[in-house]
Design a protein around this ligand. Structure first.
Ligand code: TYD
Length: 198
């Protein structure tokens, strides 16, 4: 099974991906916990190009190509081999991030995003959990964390609001796959919601 976690910056999805991986491992399942952009050596190199530097470093189109290149490598080198071995794969972000960040929030590129996805990726997760929080909350958490990977967070609150709306719209677009999870409360409370939904 391929499971993805999605959400705006600072939504807590990374923590939730880890909690679910630990819970499934405790039940004896073999789990690969991975992330995007990244998740394979080549894709981790592309990641640095994407998450560091100025907000306007890449055009939306170039950005889309880089994310898709990273995803393709991640799929070839990490995800597909793990699924072939019967492992459960949990990925922190996948194609829905490109649909929302590049396709909805930065210009009307969704048709291009969809065509690239069909051409180069062609798979969807079995289940996707969108951790839904208020954009102001997410941004505050991201700022508290610090670090240099702040290229998207640097685009501001309005941008985060468009993203949050984009993720909510995905749950309506893919009702059988994408599940909106209330991200408020403690990590344990959110994890319990994810588990119940799964
Ligand atoms: P991530 O490492 O998940 O950051 P965070 O833990 O802060 O949410 O992702 C890095 C950034 O890349 C994040 O701001 C979202 C963005 N992103 C896209 O714009 N498109 C994509 O396809 C992916 C996978 C990520």
């Amino acid at each position: 099974m391929l499971i993805s976690f999605e959400g705006i910056d600072g939504s807590g999805k990374t923590t939730q991906a880890r909690y679910l991986a630990e819970a499934l491992r405790a039940e004896g399942r073999d789990v690969l916990l991975t992330r995007e952009p990244g998740g394979s050596p080549g894709a981790e190199e592309i990641r640095r190009l994407l998450v560091e530097g100025a907000g306007e470093r890449w055009s939306p189109e170039t950005e889309c190509l880089l994310f898709t290149a990273a995803r393709r490598d991640h799929l070839e080198r990490s995800i597909r081999p793990a699924l072939a071995e019967g492992r459960v794969v949990i990925t922190d972000r996948f194609a829905d991030s490109t649909r929302v960040y590049q396709g909805a929030a930065r210009g009307d590129l969704r048709p291009m995003v969809d065509r690239l996805h069909t051409l180069m990726i062609g798979v969807e997760p079995d289940r996707t959990f969108v951790i839904d929080v208020e954009p102001a909350t997410g941004l505050a958490r991201g700022a508290a964390r610090g670090g240099t990977e702040d290229r998207f967070e640097s685009l501001g609150l309005q941008f985060q609001e468009r993203l949050a709306e984009g993720f909510r719209a995905l749950a309506a677009e893919y009702p059988d796959r994408v599940i909106l999870i209330d991200g408020s409360g403690s990590p344990d409370q959110v994890a319990a919601r994810v588990r119940a939904a799964l």
